[in-house]
Design a protein around this ligand. Structure first.
Ligand code: NAD
Ligand code: IPM
Ligand code: MN
Length: 365
């Protein structure tokens, strides 16, 4: 029997609600596939701040490093919004990404046939969209060392950040993106702001240089403002998108809405070695936390990515994905993806339905 240890980081807000569902899904999937999971729940984010006073305790990071894979819910909430920078839940999130060196964040945005009506775009625009956003995750403006607050000559307070990308940082994310595009439809669009920003100029130069190694991949470049517009004009033009940390953050939230809801989008954060970090792209949704309203499917699908990319358990991953599709085929919807005629359920009930669908193994339509 195969055994894996999984570190769970439920976090804040809806995080614990959606991670609890994903944990049950992993457990049952394991028993159906002959895999045994041991789960270790560790505090991070606001939960860790309340417990031990830091957003990423050393014990949490070392547990994550020793695990075979890490599943995270979400962090953050009003309570900690005015904390100093080093005592923010979000700082803990950046620390664990950096601590695991997971520089490549894959954010697939797929419009499922079952959810076309949940998209805010017209059916003919949304139908068939299948985009992979490859977001650089451990560099750029989030991590620029020159940052802080000050007061200028005129006595005005200011805040500043810097975007820095070294050639090797661009190369390693570009490599992941070209390899990803090659396994998909062979199209890669690099999104930058090379008309204005030096960091983007270097980014574009390095991506172009690497293209010579991938003659089978059709490379294009787009400025981020245009990309934001093109995503809602004609999202089907995109296959794989590679972009920096901040643009990837913004464009993936935008892409999520094409698929119906941010509550559907999973992500996989991978490094050169060591455990991967798997998390939904959404946040802690404080507006619906504790109300059993959250859509757990982004986290369940993140668990599927964990099985696939984190553990190489392709069959188990397929089983989870099929269970999600079957649950949708049966008409179950949380509020965020509800459309007329569907069966409205909460987070828990959606989780129970996914478990039933795992068990029944009805092939997805
Ligand atoms: P958010 O993603 O938490 O919520 C945005 C909107 O989407 C809200 O209306 C929310 O109710 C809805 N939503 C999000 N996930 C949902 C789900 N699974 N099901 C149904 N509806 C869902 O973004 P925000 O409001 O900008 O941020 C809230 C907090 O989360 C902040 O503290 C922020 O820093 C944090 N955050 C954390 C992460 C993370 O942990 N990776 C990601 C984004 C934001
Ligand atoms: C995300 C979030 C985080 C990010 C925040 C909470 C630090 O928005 O995971 O997309 O910007 O990366
Ligand atoms: Mn985000």
């Amino acid at each position: 029997k195969k055994r894996y240890s999984i570190t769970l980081l439920p976090g804040d807000g809806i995080g614990p609600e959606v991670v609890s569902v994903a944990r049950n899904v992993l457990k049952l999937t394991g028993s159906l596939e002959g895999i045994e999971f041991s789960f270790q729940e560790m505090p991070m984010g606001g939960a860790a701040l309340d417990l031990v006073g830091v957003p990423l305790p050393d014990e949490t990071l070392s547990a994550a490093r020793q695990a075979d894979a890490v599943l995270l819910g979400a962090i953050g909430g009003y309570k900690w919004d005015n904390n100093e920078k080093h005592l923010k839940p979000e700082t803990g999130l950046l620390q664990i990404r950096a601590g695991l060196n997971v520089f490549a964040n894959l954010r697939p945005a797929v419009v499922l046939p079952q959810l076309v009506d949940a998209s805010t775009l017209k059916r003919e625009v949304a139908e068939g969209v299948d985009i992979m956003v490859v977001r650089e995750l451990t560099g750029g403006i989030y991590f620029g060392k020159q940052r802080g607050f000050g007061t200028n000559e005129d006595g005005h307070e200011f805040g500043y950040n810097t975007e820095v990308y070294a050639a090797n940082e661009v190369d390693r994310i570009a490599r992941v993106a070209f390899e990803t595009a090659r396994k998909r439809r062979g199209k890669l669009c690099s999104v930058d702001k090379a008309n204005v920003l030096e960091a983007s100029m270097l980014w574009r130069k390095r991506v172009i240089a690497m293209a010579a190694e991938y003659p089978d991949v059709e490379l294009s470049h787009m400025y981020v403002d245009n990309a934001a517009m093109q995503l809602v004009r004609n999202p089907k033009q995109f296959d794989t998108i590679v972009t920096n940390n901040m643009f990837g953050d913004i464009l993936s939230d935008e892409a999520s809405m094409i698929t119906g809801s941010i509550g559907m989008l999973p992500s996989a954060s991978l490094g050169a070695s060591g455990p991967g970090l798997f998390e939904p792209i959404h946040g802690s949704a404080p507006d619906i936390a504790g109300q059993d309203k959250a859509n757990p499917l982004a986290t369940v699908l993140s668990a599927a990515l964990l099985l696939k990319y984190g553990l190489g358990e392709e069959n188990a991953a397929k089983r989870v994905e099929n269970a999600v599709l079957n649950t949708l085929n049966k008409g179950f919807r949380t509020g965020d993806i509800y459309s007329a005629g569907a069966k409205l359920v909460g987070c828990k009930e959606m989780g129970e339905e996914v478990l039933k669908s795992l068990d029944s193994q009805v092939p997805a339509a």
